[in-house]
Write a protein that binds this ligand. Structure first.
Ligand code: SF4
Length: 220
């Protein structure tokens, strides 16, 4: 599912897209970004696992950090915070390691478990990418680790969740290839949105963020 210009969509975009289509477009199409408490805190948490290609072995477990993944079929790529490879007779070989292994992605998040599927969608997309690049059997479960509660949540990678990922990526691809940013749709979510100041939901219902910023520059 490559786009017209061959660029991959980012896996991390799934959480933005499921939160707000416009927020995703501002970040991934218009390249706008605004650091607020929520995203800054999340970045700090991620830095702990961002040690590219670092691996460690603990008994029958290999832990790989900041592992790049992609799916040619879905036209999407990203980085897994952590992938745990468990020794298993039904697994796949890994370069430089004896035996066969089954991967389980683990994603680090700030806060606590959410009611919406944003984090689960991102995690599921990582698993789909791992299955494609490793040619391994379907990954049945993965984990989210939440910084606030310090707990791991098991996520079942069901057909329904996989379908949601694929449908969302199709929708994202269509918008991305058209370079289209959806218009403001104010909701309760805007209060915690990291792009609220750029999106200006109350003032700018009819113009894109780019048009608004251009108008500010034109007036100084
Ligand atoms: S401020 Fe509201 S409409 Fe604008 S990007 Fe954020 S959530 Fe979406």
């Amino acid at each position: 599912m490559q786009g017209v210009n061959g660029e991959d969509l980012q896996i991390s975009g799934l959480q933005h897209f499921s939160f707000c289509r416009r927020q995703w477009a501002l970040i991934h199409i218009e390249q706008q970004w605004s650091e607020n408490y929520f995203t800054a805190d999340g970045n700090i948490l991620h830095q702990r696992s961002d040690d590219p290609f670092a691996t460690e072995k603990r008994g029958g477990l290999i832990i790989s950090r900041a592992l790049p993944v992609r799916s040619d079929r879905l036209g999407v790529s990203g980085t897994c915070d952590v992938v745990e490879f468990r020794s298993s007779p039904g697994g796949v070989p890994i370069a430089g390691r004896e035996g066969t292994w089954l991967p389980t992605p683990v994603e680090f998040k700030r806060g606590k478990s959410k009611e919406n599927d944003a984090d689960r969608l991102q995690l599921c997309a990582q698993a789909i990418c791992l299955e494609e690049i490793l040619c391994c059997p379907p990954i049945e479960r993965a984990y989210l680790f939440y910084g606030e509660t310090r707990r791991r949540e098991e996520v079942a990678l069901t057909h329904e969740l996989r379908d949601m990922v694929e449908k969302m990526l199709i929708e994202m691809r269509a918008l991305y290839d058209r370079g289209h940013t959806p218009r403001v749709k104010s909701s309760k979510k805007c209060q915690s949105c990291s792009l609220r100041d750029i999106c200006l939901p109350k003032m700018e219902k009819n113009r894109s963020a780019r048009e608004y910023i251009t108008s500010i520059w034109d007036s100084v």
